[in-house]
Design a binder for this molecule. Structure first.
Ligand code: GAL
Length: 687
């Protein structure tokens, strides 16, 4: 069971709640509790952005109103996810202590305004955060209604002030010891950028240095480190007051202004905020949005190897998409079920009640300005709550994946920064999705790991574009293969070390050339309108005759690997039969090398054939109809839950390998189960 489940062994159904905006109208606050009960809300996130109400003047803490709200909620069976308010500071603080304000890469300090804009190094800001967190902890850490700390909100961004510059230099000294070492690792003889004093080092800026890639990378690492230190400062007083209350913070899918993985040692549970642009297609097919959001759910589930919380999603619409379409009838249920399917132990919303003013006044909410509960959205929220109330047994249930994809934040930064071989977009994320999509469509569970995580237990490890090698990752990939694993390496792998220095000698470096049995000869990037053809010459499993490739086509030589496909070229000058896909036996395992950025169909054919050979089965042994996805979780005691989601406007039916029972209606299905347009089902084994 996850730790918060020990406090509240139920699926959480909650929302961001901002009573501080409504204190002028106690009747609204009284109604809120009744309406929350009607909506089957069992928890609220309180205090996010409430600093001005909690400390209206420096050192003057007003916590009574919060205590009253928490008490009232608790007496009515609603638990509190208590936020620290550091996501936005009060105006008095910015006025009195300008150092708390963030400075941009242009070295201009921001004025008071917005949110997520503090300096995370500022001793004053850290002290103020610590002080208010200490107050909150002293008053509420032992409150039976408080089940979880929500640290700040969507922590992000960087600050370039003098305090940060000094801290950055200190961090660099610690890392490199000497300037000579730093100059070497950053290759600063280039363009005469050599540093002769630590104080000459400045964070990257478009006004100054952007070409020293080692600097850029280290800066992002420093930002991640500093954010984690800021975070540690936030949680210390909370944990000191009651270590049993777990800690989380809400991630923003695929956001990488700092490396989320650096926060993991400080988190008890991962949570994220999911805002896909539902209804943006012309044919009503929601697969693309689902693909994106399920992938990030799988990332969150893999981060700590246990369920995550869906901290925010909108009950209807956002106010910040280009066009803010509301979720149509049934979509909230469907998108909630897919979150549960991919490892969520909660469905929480931004927000309970729409603000009357300011920039989020038209953001969707459970309660709109109309202040009524007889709305479609309210009814749909309420029925998600009713569903979750029946799902205690699912709480804490795990997903067992035999396949993993390595997708790494630092590697993504380095690829993006590299200057060449393709500055239009190297497509790192796109290639990740070429691996993820076919497995997802087939209903094959997959974990998504970063380069530091343990992948020894998987049968199949997919490694798209591991351009940057750090620590012992390459060795662990080699060991994984040697010990019987199957690995798929691709183009643009093993080219630079952890400080972004190119390897001398053959690549993929650090032994990966031996694992794959290939050697890189040349990189050949393509314009978007150009393609090459990969012709399959022999594969141990069924593949099409040929596939289109684009973006990046590497010329490689097979050094012991078996050639499974070659480039077909009309060029009078390019040699024929250059290898494009290879297979190498390495130890007890096998390494495939995909040299070209091939079309979706290639990855689908390769991955599904390999999965079958390796005994990596879908959660249901059936062919899913186009537009339907499937997932499964195993609860304590081995009970299985299956989930089917229909992302299309058409009726679908799924052939069942064994009889299943609809968990909600109790109805059993022997051979076939129908799915309504945008329908979703939670299923268990039929007796
Ligand atoms: C999130 C944020 C919330 C709210 C929401 C609107 O990114 O955490 O505070 O602004 O977006 O969609």
């Amino acid at each position: 069971m996850p730790k918060y489940a020990a406090l509240l062994p139920h699926m959480l159904h909650g929302c961001d709640y901002n009573p501080e905006q409504w204190m002028y109208d106690p009747a609204i606050l009284r109604q809120d509790i009744e309406h929350m009960k009607e909506a089957h809300i069992n928890c609220v996130s309180l205090g996010i952005f409430a600093w001005a109400a909690l400390e209206p003047k420096e050192g003057e803490y007003h916590l009574d109103w919060l205590a009253e709200v928490i008490d009232n909620l608790y007496q009515n069976g609603i638990y509190t996810v208590l936020a620290t308010p550091s996501g936005a500071r009060p105006a008095w603080m910015a006025k009195k202590y300008p150092e708390v304000l963030r400075t941009g890469a242009d070295r201009v300090r921001a004025l008071m305004g917005g949110r997520h804009n503090h300096c995370y190094t500022s001793p004053v800001y850290r002290e103020k955060v610590r002080a208010i967190n200490t107050q909150l902890a002293a008053r509420f850490a032992k409150h039976p209604g408080v089940i979880l700390w929500h640290i700040s909100n969507e922590i992000q961004g960087e600050c370039h002030c003098e305090l940060c510059q000094a801290a950055f230099r200190a961090w660099l000294r610690e890392k490199y010891g000497t300037l000579e070492k730093l100059n070497h690792e950053w290759w600063t003889m280039f363009w005469s950028h050599t540093y002769s004093d630590w104080d000459e080092i400045e964070s990257p800026s478009w006004r100054g240095e952007t070409n020293v890639h080692g600097l850029n990378l280290d800066w992002k690492r420093f930002v991640s480190h500093q954010t984690a230190e800021f975070f540690r400062n936030e949680i210390e007083p909370l944990k000191a007051a009651n270590p049993a209350i777990p800690v989380t913070t809400n991630f923003m899918g695929f956001h990488d202004s700092f490396d989320y993985y650096k926060l993991l040692p400080l988190l008890d549970v991962v949570s994220w905020d999911s805002y896909p642009t539902w209804h943006n297609s012309t044919d009503g097919n929601e697969m693309y949005n689902a693909l994106w959001s399920d992938a990030y759910s799988d990332i969150c589930r893999s981060m700590l190897g246990k369920p995550f919380l869906l901290m925010e999603n909108t009950p209807s619409q956002t106010n910040w998409h280009e066009v803010c379409r509301p979720k149509h009838p049934g979509i909230l249920r469907l998108t909630s079920i897919t979150k549960l399917a991919h490892g969520a132990d909660s469905i929480q919303y931004f927000q309970w009640r729409q603000s009357r003013g300011c920039s989020e006044k038209f953001h969707g909410a459970v309660m709109t300005h109309a202040n009524r509960t007889d709305t479609r959205v309210f009814r749909e929220v309420s029925s998600v709550g009713t569903m979750l109330e029946k799902l205690d047994r699912l709480c804490g249930a795990k997903t067992k994946a035999k396949a993993a994809i390595l997708f790494d934040t630092e590697n993504g930064w380095a690829i993006r920064d590299a200057k060449g071989p393709r500055n239009q977009d190297m497509g790192y994320q796109e290639l990740f999705f070429r691996f993820y999509e076919p497995l997802w469509k087939a209903g094959i569970p997959v974990d998504i790991v970063n380069a530091d995580m343990d992948f020894s237990g998987y049968h199949l490890l997919c490694v798209p574009m591991l351009y940057l090698l750090r620590g012992d990752t390459a060795k662990r990939i080699a060991d994984f293969t040697k010990q019987g694993g199957t690995v798929i390496l691709t183009m643009h792998t093993g080219l630079v070390n952890e400080n972004d220095l190119c390897y001398m000698g053959d690549t993929p470096a650090e032994g990966l050339a031996e694992v794959a049995g290939v050697r890189l000869l040349e990189m050949d990037p393509l314009y978007d309108n150009q393609h090459e053809t990969m012709r399959i010459t022999r594969t141990p499993f069924p593949m099409a005759e040929s596939y289109r490739c684009g973006k990046l086509c590497e010329r490689i030589s097979a050094e012991g690997a078996e050639v499974l496909a070659v480039y077909e070229t009309d060029s009078p000058v390019l040699p024929d039969n250059m290898p494009c896909l290879t297979k190498n036996e390495f130890g007890r395992g096998t390494a495939y090398y995909v040299a070209a950025f091939a079309e979706h169909r290639f990855f689908s054919d390769l991955l599904l054939s390999l999965a079958e050979r390796l005994g990596i089965a879908p959660v249901l042994d059936t062919t899913l109809p186009e537009g339907v996805t499937a997932s499964a979780r195993m609860a304590e005691g081995g009970e299985m839950f299956w989930f089917l989601m229909n992302w299309t406007a058409e009726q679908k039916s799924v052939n069942l390998p064994f009889p299943l029972r609809d968990f909600e209606s109790g109805r059993s299905y022997q051979n076939v189960i129908p799915l309504a347009p945008y329908g979703a089902k939670i299923l268990v084994k039929a007796e």
